[in-house]
Design a protein around this ligand. Structure first.
Ligand code: COI
Length: 354
């Protein structure tokens, strides 16, 4: 195992006292993980240091051209153990994002070993309250000081940790979704399948419009035909049409979500018909009109399963399952969170115990 140097913080921050109201992503722990990359040296100098600001040259390429990727994971407390959910999938996806952004790949064993070390140092920060977990944010920044557009020759990998509750204040209450017809999130051949900050920056305008209209998130359509459904907000999306659960196929602009993949695998295990295919907005709206749209939900690491209660498109509003969470959505939420917190035995390899 690559040695990981640990420099402990001399003063520790107070832990949150109300674990039932942590919000999402605004409290940070005492330490962070750093690994450098330099051309000729590769990834080196893995270290855990006190959490704090990092020094970047103002010409650092990540600041100018967005050469950066990130991941989202969670650590769960189960008695004395720490549990992770399919971390191998996150590290595989990080390397796929690296490939798209011309960032040198990282050794997945180093990613796992260094995260385990960080979690051991920060174990006391993992919340005890039901529904709360330690959100893990690995990310990579291009650090070379240069204004020419090219791949950087140096990078910094970081992991920061944030004790968090629900991503949406609605929790498990259904969210209202605004169908975005003007702006798009990604196009085939672009960076939509990579987890890179530019995709999220591109989503802000539509999200802002939706929020002002009192909708929680945006439903994204494809960038070419403006016809096919892609994702919802920061999540993948599923619709139950009659007895079949349908989710947009991963055909070049949709993020390959790990909760998405797990949802498909659970539905298949339960014998529920599930299809990954092109799905037009019109098909969903028509199913809404004729009573065939029985459930809808988003999936993501941060939100887990987020029921959709209402879709707003132009002048039309479709209410799903009377605006209440549907039984399949509920079962998926209970099962996934049960596996994540170690209360339900999941498929082999999903839950990793530290
Ligand atoms: C996640 O679900 O972990 C994400 O990365 C979405 C987000 C909070 C940007």
């Amino acid at each position: 195992m690559t040695p990981i140097r640990i420099e402990r913080a001399t003063t520790l921050k107070p832990k949150p006292t109300d674990e039932n109201n942590l919000g999402f992503g605004s409290i940070f722990t005492d330490h962070m993980l750093l690994i450098n990359y330099d051309e000729g040296q590769g990834w080196h100098d893995a270290r855990i240091v006190p959490y704090g600001p990092i020094a970047l040259d103002p010409a650092a390429m990540c600041l100018h051209y967005g050469q950066s990727v990130f991941e989202g994971m969670k650590a769960y407390r189960h008695g004395d153990d720490i549990l992770l959910f399919r971390p191998d999938e996150n590290f595989k996806r990080l390397n796929n994002s690296n490939d798209r952004l011309c960032i040198p790949k990282m050794d997945e064993q180093l990613l796992m070993d260094s995260l385990v070390e960080l979690l051991k140092v920060e174990k006391d920060w993992i919340p005890h309250a039901q529904g709360a977990s330690l959100y893990i944010r690995p990310f990579i920044l291009a650090t070379e000081a240069k204004l020419g557009v090219k791949p950087s020759d140096s990078y910094l990998y970081l992991v920061i940790l944030s004790p968090s509750g629900n991503y949406y204040p609605e929790g498990l209450n259904p969210v209202k979704i605004y169908v975005e017809t003007e702006y798009v999130r990604a196009v085939k051949g672009g960076t939509g399948t990579a987890k890179t900050p530019g995709n999220y920056a591109a989503s802000l305008k539509a999200q802002d419009i939706a929020h002002k209209l009192n909708y929680t998130q945006v439903l994204w359509l494809d960038g070419v035909h403006r016809k096919y459904i892609e994702e919802v907000g920061t999540m993948n999306v599923f619709f139950m049409l009659g007895d079949t659960v349908v989710t947009p196929v991963l055909d070049g602009s949709v993020l390959p979500g790990i909760t998405r993949k797990s949802t498909i695998e659970l539905l298949q295990e339960w014998g529920i018909k599930v299809e990954e295919r092109k799905l037009s907005l019109e098909e969903v709206m028509e199913a809404g009109r004729n009573g065939q749209l029985v459930e809808a939900f988003g999936t993501g690491t941060a939100a887990v399963i987020s029921p959709i209660g209402e879709l707003h498109c132009g002048k039309e509003e479709v209410v799903i399952n009377g605006g209440k969470i549907g039984p399949i959505t509920h079962k998926l939420y209970d099962t996934l969170t049960g596996i994540q917190w170690g209360n339900i035995e999941g498929p082999k390899g999903w839950s990793v115990r530290i």
